[in-house]
Design a protein around this ligand. Sequence first.
Ligand code: 5GP
Length: 189
Amino acid sequence: MGKKKGEMIVVSGPSGAGKTTIVKKILKLYPDITFSVSATTRPKRIKEKVEYYFICEKEFKDRIKKNEFVEWEKFYDYYYGTFKSSIDENINAGKSVLLEIDVKGALSIKEIYTDSYLVYIMPPSYNVLIERLKKRQTETKEDLQKRTLRAKMELSLKDQFDYIVINENLNKAIEETSVIIKNILNKEN
Ligand code: 5GP
């Protein structure tokens, strides 16, 4: 029997839904899962919590041409992409990989890796999402406006996901996500 492949888990949802906080906790709870570090052309924020390869637009476009991304999206004015290498090497070595990417990117991943698992982190309501985005004060007014517009589109795609976790209470959302991940990792192939 061949070696069991790792699982591919995608955590997604609108900006401000709480994905990053939940993902950080999950990675602590499941140290065997590898986080797929994305590339972005977005400038690094002060006290940035998300792990990225920060690259310039020219390099990003070169890497698109070289076919290095399994998926990429232009999210507002910036590019974000998942490297093929960070996924395939791990999966083939039997390691599970977790991606934290936007909703459209998640759906592209599912098309390519049909046995991947998509988890949607959802805010309790659209208004709560907008309040959270405002409170975190990491975006300019213009960026904030773009994110709120995009959130509407992203919310409309939630039914295409395998799991939906409502992040009303953070600890409860972490627990629910953790159960989902545990079941994915323990399932018989
Ligand atoms: P932020 O600027 O807040 O770090 O990220 C903006 C959005 O881009 C978030 O929804 C984040 O999950 C998403 N994102 C991060 N990396 C990737 C990626 O590699 N591909 C795609 N499609 N989205 C990404």
